[in-house]
Design a protein around this ligand. Structure first.
Ligand code: NAD
Length: 247
């Protein structure tokens, strides 16, 4: 849409996988995109991977669990461009194990990277967006957060937590047209899922009514919708993009 052109967006975990496709989608909509990620080598290769979009793409090496660093990155982007229209809280990790064998460290790390970072980002971007009386925040949740998943108690708790954060922030920020929504992907083919054993992949496929894994592009298009003026009256919602698993 014309109204989305020139918007400024931050995408966390933007260096690869779903985040990279979200960057591509938002660039295609005419937005300026700042990709935030831990991995400098992947960020350095990102302009090439996205067809060299020039000034429309910026990158920042930031650990989103570092509250001061992530907050100041968001503030600097808004200051430089004079606006911040979109934040996509996409960075995420897994440390799978059954509950009975899960360590405190693996519980804490996954909650910190997936949920704490989304809180830090939402607080910092929310302040800027409330002042400008407009904005859209999108959380990358998961089917696991809606339904739970064997071997993923920490991950499912973090993704369910993102939905609680999303719904609360949506209620708090709505009066100034700042919208907060979530996408809940099912099983998407990326580096994160490529490492799973074949048996786990076969079991996942058997659960998908559309009988195929999703692509990062499937998710990116849903994020693009929730980030855009096309969803101007939608807030506090979870959009499942999972080939029909969650109905
Ligand atoms: P991925 O591992 O390919 O990419 C994640 C990116 O996040 C990486 O570039 C990584 O460097 C970055 N990242 C990790 N920790 C970070 C930190 N502390 N600070 C900054 N960046 C950090 O994963 P993906 O499959 O593209 O997943 C993206 C998001 O989608 C995640 O939140 C994931 O939980 C969610 N998701 C994925 C699937 C799936 O099937 N792939 C399903 C549901 C939800």
């Amino acid at each position: 849409m014309e109204a989305d052109k020139g918007k400024v967006a931050i995408v966390t975990g933007g260096a690869r996988g779903i985040g990279l496709e979200i960057c591509r989608e938002l660039l295609g909509m005419g937005m300026k995109v700042v990709a935030v990620d831990l991995k400098k080598d992947l960020l350095d290769a990102l302009p090439g991977a996205l067809g060299n979009p020039g000034d429309n793409l910026e990158t920042a090496v930031v650990d989103v669990t570092n509250s001061a660093a992530f907050t100041s990155t968001i503030e600097q982007v808004a200051e430089k461009h004079g606006r911040l229209d979109v934040l996509v809280n996409n960075a995420g990790i897994t440390r799978d194990n059954i509950v009975l064998m899960m360590s405190d460290e693996d519980w804490e790390l996954v909650l910190k990277v997936n949920l704490m970072s989304a809180f830090i980002g939402t607080r910092a971007a929310g302040k800027i967006m409330m002042r400008q009386r407009k904005g859209a925040i999108v959380m990358m949740s998961s089917y696991s957060g809606l339904e739970g998943n064997r071997g993923q108690a920490n991950y499912a708790a973090s993704k369910a937590g993102m939905l609680g954060l999303m719904k609360s922030a949506a209620k708090e920020l709505a009066k100034r047209s700042v919208r907060v929504n979530a996408v809940a992907p099912g099983f998407i083919k990326t580096d994160m899922t490529d490492v799973l054993p074949q048996q786990a992949k076969d079991m996942a496929l058997a659960q998908i009514p559309m009988e195929r894994f999703g692509t990062p592009g499937d998710i990116a298009r849903a994020v693009g919708f929730l980030a855009s003026e096309a969803s101007a009256y939608i807030t506090g919602q979870v959009l499942s993009v999972d080939g029909g698993m969650h109905t």
